[in-house]
Design a protein around this ligand. Structure first.
Ligand SMILES: [Ca+2]
Ligand SMILES: [Ca+2]
Ligand SMILES: [Ca+2]
Length: 186
């Protein structure tokens, strides 16, 4: 009887625990609800540079998002972050890794993105810096090589990307749980 009681108690505790908390194994998938976005919308993500992930091929990690609304959008202060950085932002914990903050736009005296225009944030650098080609702004984050794997921080197998307002309010997000690909269109 003692054993049965203990087993019953354990079972009850387990049920209580599973009802009241999220286990680490399921936290990633439960915490991330994809947000397509009706103003700024993520349209393509590079998650894994072909070959070894090095400082030199950081640009194979990128986030491309579009103004899908019918009005200009001010992107000053917009953040592009991975799962780790977004959780820090929501917790109001200062962090410099895995985060890019838009402060200005090339070939544009303002920070307004017109309807239909696209912004791509690459994690590497470009000789000549940020530029605009057609209706696309190309921004280079030059992510810190000490962050992630040589500055590449979108986990190849399981992570998420967020485009948020400065306070972390999600404009668009997309998560993945797979491997074996390089770039994806949500
Ligand atoms: Ca990656
Ligand atoms: Ca790789
Ligand atoms: Ca990451």
């Amino acid at each position: 009887m003692r054993i049965n009681k203990s087993a019953t108690l354990l079972a009850a505790l387990f049920v209580a625990a599973s009802l009241s908390t999220v286990s680490p194994a399921s936290a990633a998938s439960l915490a991330v609800a994809d947000v397509p976005g009706d103003v700024l919308r993520i349209v393509e993500v590079g998650t894994d540079a072909m070959g070894a992930d090095s400082v030199a091929n950081r640009n194979r990690e990128f986030v491309r998002f579009q103004n899908v609304s019918g009005a200009p959008v001010d992107v000053a202060g917009v953040l592009v972050e991975d799962n780790w950085a977004h959780s820090k932002t929501l917790a109001d914990v200062a962090h410099s890794c895995n985060t890019y903050k838009i402060v200005d736009l090339p070939s544009n005296p303002t920070t307004m993105v017109a309807p239909g225009e696209v912004v791509t944030v690459f994690n590497g650098i470009r000789w000549g810096g940020n530029y605009k080609v057609g209706s696309e702004y190309r921004l280079y984050a030059n992510s810190d090589p000490d962050c992630g794997t040589n500055g590449q921080f979108f986990n190849n197998d399981n992570d998420a990307v967020y485009v948020t307002k400065g306070d972390g309010t999600v404009q668009s997000s997309w998560s993945w749980e797979h491997n074996g690909g390089y770039a994806f269109k949500p």
